[in-house]
Each structure stands twice: as structure tokens, then as C-alpha cells.
Design a binder for this molecule. Structure first.
Ligand SMILES: Nc1ncnc2c1ncn2[C@@H]1O[C@H](COP(=O)(O)OP(=O)(O)OP(=O)(O)O)[C@@H](O)[C@H]1O
Length: 235
């Protein structure tokens, strides 16, 4: 093997790319096409909100961008990331909808965990976790268990955990879905700050147009199809 195969080709401008990527669940008469063939691209540093009603395919598209779901047809690629799922996991962080903290671990342990599991040594993970908790404004809660946190605090910890991975692509699925409007605004502020700190592209899903309006770029899902509302055309 020559060296050119050890280092993935570098495309600094492009983080993830879908070419006619589709995702169907189930088979035959009961099959559901969650995402019809979509072609899109996330550039480095992008700030994108995927909007659309419930069931329109937003989460499925986000999962395709994260590599958590494989497309049933078409292709999803991360031109500047490693080629294996393990390598990619160091560059991609996902903040999931709803509570995702491990109940038996305190805030600091929860925040360190993903980085440790992807190969960061404990001392470095702890240092990064403490810095990340400071950035998202919950450094005072390091020793608390998740059950003692409010929804907004728990979501901030989830963002800190993602930030501790130093991702180049930060994805969040309905990060404000279970929060009141004020707390939701703060969590979006925190996501912007986290993406700025990490130098990451940020992509979120939301059914809340007011949240979507805060993003540079909006993609709209309708019945599994991706539209750009600005151009009003299918991507
Ligand atoms: N694992 C799955 N198995 C079967 N069907 C699924 C699965 N995941 C999603 N779907 C279906 O795919 C379609 C799109 O779902 P998806 O969760 O992507 O939409 P969404 O816009 O994110 O909705 P919500 O805002 O309610 O989360 C829906 O009809 C849903 O029922």
C-alpha cells in the first residue's frame, strides 16, 4: 500500500455529500420511503437547519449525514474524513433528541465518555470536558447526576459531550424539541458557540420555523423530499 492510500484525499471545503441518497424502511407493501433520493452538500463551517413537519424525514436525513443510517440507494460520503466508521466517529458528533445522558454517571463523566470511547486518553478527555462544560455554561454542575438536571441543563451537557469530541461536523436532532422557547434559544446559542469553538459545520433538524430562521441556510423536507426554500426548487 502506498502512502496516498493511508491519507484520505483532503477536500477542506466539503464535509459531507449525498448523491441521490435514499432511505427506505421495511419491505414490499409496508415499505416507507423516509428520504427520497436527495443530493446535497454540507460545506466546512456551514450553519444549516433542516426544517419540516413531523414525519417528513428530517431525522432520517440527519442520520444519513451522520453515517448512523446507511442509504438504501445512492451514496453518502465524507470527502475529508477517514474512510472507516471508527475514523469518522472522531470527526462527527451527534446531539440526540431527548435525554441521552447515562443516569449512573455524573455530568463530568457523561461529558468525557464519548471522547474516551473514541480513543482520547482520560486526562485529555477530562481537560476538554471541563472546558466544554464551561463554554456551554454548566461547569458548576460537574458532580451532579442527570436526574438532578433540568431539560435545558441536560441538553447543554449533551452539547458539551459532543464538543469534547472536537468534531468537524456537529449534528443535532430537534435539540429544542422538548424545551420552552427561552431555554431552546439558549441551547441554539450554545450550539452556535460550540460549532464556532470546534471550527465545525453545524446541522440541526427542527419543526420550529423560528429556530430555522436563525440559520444561514435552511433545507426543507416535505414528504421525504429535500427542498431549498430560498430557491424554491428540489435539490
Ligand atoms: N426505524 C424506522 N422504521 C420504520 N419507519 C421509520 C423509521 N424511522 C423513521 N421511519 C418513518 O420514516 C418517516 C420519516 O421519519 P423521520 O423520523 O425521519 O421524520 P421527522 O421529520 O424527523 O419526524 P419527527 O419530527 O417526528 O422526528 C416517517 O414516516 C417515520 O415513521
Amino acid at each position: 500500500m502506498t502512502e496516498q492510500f493511508l491519507t484520505p484525499p483532503h477536500h477542506p471545503g466539503q464535509v459531507v455529500r449525498c448523491v441521490d441518497a435514499a432511505r427506505t424502511f421495511g419491505h414490499g407493501d409496508t415499505a416507507v420511503v423516509a428520504v427520497h433520493g436527495c443530493t446535497c452538500e454540507v460545506s466546512a463551517g456551514a450553519r444549516i437547519a433542516i426544517t419540516g413537519p413531523s414525519g417528513s424525514g428530517k431525522s432520517t436525513l440527519l442520520h444519513l449525514l451522520a453515517g448512523l443510517e446507511a442509504p438504501t440507494s445512492g451514496e453518502v460520503s465524507w470527502p475529508s474524513f477517514g474512510s472507516t466508521a471508527v475514523e469518522r466517529s472522531r470527526d462527527i458528533a451527534v446531539v440526540f433528541q431527548g435525554p441521552s445522558l447515562l443516569p449512573a454517571l455524573d455530568v463530568l463523566e457523561n461529558t468525557m465518555m464519548a471522547a474516551v470511547l473514541t480513543g482520547t486518553d482520560e486526562a485529555t478527555a477530562k481537560e476538554r470536558a471541563l472546558a466544554a462544560l464551561e463554554i456551554v455554561g454548566v461547569a458548576a454542575l460537574v458532580n451532579q447526576l442527570p436526574e438532578t438536571l433540568s431539560g435545558g441543563q441536560a441538553q447543554r451537557v449533551a452539547v458539551a459531550r459532543a464538543l469534547t469530541l472536537r468534531p468537524r461536523l456537529l449534528l443535532a436532532d430537534e435539540p429544542t424539541g422538548q424545551l420552552d422557547a427561552t431555554t431552546g434559544r439558549h441551547v441554539i446559542n450554545v450550539l452556535f458557540k460550540a460549532a464556532d469553538e470546534a471550527g465545525a459545520a453545524l446541522v440541526i433538524t427542527t419543526h420550529d420555523q423560528a429556530v430555522g430562521d436563525r440559520f444561514d441556510e435552511q433545507w426543507e423536507m416535505r414528504d421525504g423530499r429535500l427542498f431549498t426554500p430560498v430557491k424554491g426548487e428540489l435539490l
